[in-house]
Ligand binder design. Structure first.
Ligand code: SF4
Length: 633
């Protein structure tokens, strides 16, 4: 595969990606249409009344497109009655989508009744065997032709009926063919979709929407960006459905989704969104709406003149290199885990914040006992530093100050001048002593994401310049992701999460949110930048789910949250669950009514055990595998 070109014109510019528009029934997706919100029913599809009722309930909370699983032909047939019932209730305008895995026959039935069919290119015509085979080019082409023979009838019928298709790639369920040639990589995910796009285009069919979901937001973001770059070359810029799959429940699911989806919306990418939560589907819509609302009125703007290019490879995760700055005992940057700062009263918990930042004007007594404090302006910092008997400070540096006082070993938050963004940052950096970390206090018209990208680029430029002038003299300051005025958790997760996914960020300072410590640790866990508890991959559930996924997920989380570094998957069904558990260490998967399978990695180690004892047996299995430890008292 040739090296991808850029996926956006400039990472410091903003413009919504202009995609080819596709109609899903009466809902336009892509082009200049507003970003559509969608969700998926969790009722058994053959329970027509329950599925119609849940579709109505979703429409009533603002869902624009409703997806329904069709595991078999009978379920696909039930879509006819569901469509009729939904129409009769007055929701003719809301399109329905059939979700298909493994069953081309079900897709061919479903396309007769609903406005869109989603297929998974990893399993539409392939069974997952985890087989390792070297394919010659001829064998590979023969495999693709075998897939084409199964997919073509669906494309032809969709074309005749005016339906659209979604080619929905999942990182965890790539075909063995793709895995053997590309690995489970963003490049493999993109190629998996392109194989199906080429088949459809050979039939002159372009009513296609694409998704590249993964439960790891870093993989998901890289795959979408790579897809956008490849589609630019390919010719048709298909609209994109965004989602982080198996994101989980509660705050974890919301933050993980916001980080992945938000990173792409910040790039101007995305035409329809599904936030996948292990909760009733109605709970997904307000989260999706809040995420998308932030971008509804964003205006296109070019990169500011004179701004350097970033040194970030957007298709491959690599943490930005920074030097170590020590604030008292605390080391920041230099490959250390990202640090978490909190304000007084919010620092306690498990784990506690790494540093308390107290404003001496607000907390004059406590600031003597804490390792950090913030001065609203430089003149106040000198006084406060003396009072606190410490040289450690977080300083909000006003760009108008001629010769600010900045204690050595500080964190300095800079302001960006809209008239000269790069120049204003360079001037501030020139004023600073060595051994400081930097962040942004006032992002100006660029907004926080682009301001931090610019800061990283300017530091890199200054480093190169200084190195050229006198060998080794350059500094790469650690970057503190400070969002002093952003008080919405989802917006913080989108901005800071997106930057962490880009490898930018050595500490987090989120003083405006309700729980700065908790949100920072949740976000770091979500983007796999610092894990402080067990990780969960939990499917959102659907009509295939074999048990009460919400209750089981909450219970397993309660019993295992202290297992830092262990990843546990809780999946509703055996059809799709094992393929989509990604790289979980253990899996709890519904295998039939009242039965579950337990997995260690990708291997089933207890098959068809009674659901009633499944949770205890999972803990036994973790214990046997040497990964258990008792929870702290
Ligand atoms: S893994 Fe969960 S969401 Fe996926 S098909 Fe099975 S039950 Fe449905």
């Amino acid at each position: 595969m040739s090296a991808p070109g850029p996926y956006v014109t400039h990472r410091l510019a903003y413009g919504r990606r202009v995609s080819h528009q596709v109609l899903v029934g009466q809902v336009a997706v892509g082009g200049s249409a507003p970003i559509a919100l969608q969700s998926m029913c969790t009722t058994p599809t053959q329970d027509v009344a329950a599925t119609v009722a849940q579709s109505i309930s979703l429409a009533e909370v603002g869902c624009h497109i409703v997806r329904i699983t069709a595991p078999g032909v009978k379920d696909a047939l039930a879509l006819k009655a569901i469509r009729a019932g939904f129409d009769a209730a007055g929701f003719r305008d809301i399109p329905l989508v059939a979700d298909i895995h493994f069953m081309p026959g079900a897709a061919l039935e479903a396309v007769e009744h609903v406005e869109k069919v989603r297929i998974n290119p990893g399993n539409y015509a392939d069974k997952k065997r985890f087989a390792v085979t070297e394919y010659s080019d001829a064998e590979y082409a023969a495999e693709v032709e075998r897939v084409a023979e199964r997919f073509r009838p669906l494309v032809r019928r969709a074309k005749q009926l005016g339906r659209s298709l979604r080619i929905g790639t999942n990182h965890g369920s790539l075909s063995d063919r793709i895995m053997n040639r590309f690995g489970d990589s963003p490049a493999g995910m993109v190629e998996s979709a392109l194989e199906f796009i080429r088949i459809a285009e050979a039939e002159s069919f372009r009513d296609i929407i694409i998704s590249m979901k993964a439960s790891n937001p870093k993989v998901m973001v890289a795959a979408y960006r790579l897809l956008v770059a490849r589609l630019k070359v390919h010719g048709t810029e298909y609209p994109l459905h965004l989602g982080v799959t198996e994101a989980g429940d509660g705050e974890d699911g919301r933050v993980k989704s916001a980080a992945g989806i938000g990173a792409l919306l910040e790039d101007g990418i995305g035409d329809t969104v599904r936030v996948s939560l292990t909760e009733p589907p109605e709970a997904e819509i307000p989260v999706a709406r809040a995420l998308v609302a932030r971008y509804a009125n964003w205006r296109t703007h070019p990169a500011p003149p004179g701004c350097p290019d970033e040194a970030v490879d957007p298709y491959r995760f690599q943490r930005r290199t920074a030097e170590i700055v020590r604030l008292g005992e605390l080391a920041i940057g230099g490959g250390q885990l990202p640090r978490v700062f909190a304000i007084p009263g919010t620092a306690a918990g498990k784990p506690p914040a790494d540093l308390i930042v107290a404003d001496p004007n607000l907390w004059p007594v406590e600031s003597r006992q804490v390792p950090g404090y913030v001065g609203a302006q430089s003149s106040g910092v000198r006084q406060a530093a003396r009072a606190a008997g410490s040289q450690t400070a977080v300083v909000h540096l006003n760009r108008a100050m001629a010769s600010p006082y900045v204690p050595d070993r500080s964190i300095v938050l800079l302001g960006i001048d809209d008239a000269d963004p790069a120049g204003s940052l360079r001037r501030c950096l020139d004023l600073l002593p060595e051994h400081v970390a930097v962040g942004i206090a006032e992002p100006g018209a660029l907004g926080e994401t682009r301001a931090y990208r610019l800061l990283a680029a300017v530091i890199e430029d200054e480093f190169r310049l200084a190195e050229a002038r006198s060998a080794g003299a350059g500094q790469r300051q650690p970057i503190c992701l400070a969002l002093p005025f952003v008080n919405d958790d989802l917006a913080v997760a989108a901005i800071a999460g997106g930057l962490l996914i880009d490898g930018i960020g050595d500490c987090l300072y989120l003083p405006a949110v309700r729980d700065p410590r908790g949100l920072a640790f949740t976000l770091l866990q979500a983007v796999k930048a610092r894990t402080t508890r067990a990780d969960y991959v939990a499917c959102p559930s659907c009509g295939r789910t074999q048990f009460d996924l919400f209750e089981v997920t909450a219970h397993i989380r309660e019993k295992t949250a202290h297992l830092d570094g262990v990843a546990i998957a809780i999946m509703g069904c055996i059809v799709n669950g094992p393929g989509e558990m990604a790289d979980a260490d253990f899996g709890f998967v519904g295998s039939g009514p009242g039965k579950v399978d337990l997995y260690r990695g990708k291997e089933v180690v207890r098959r068809n055990i009674p659901f009633a004892t499944g949770r205890e047996q999972l803990i036994e299995l973790i214990r046997e595998s040497g990964k258990w430890k008792d929870p702290p008292a």
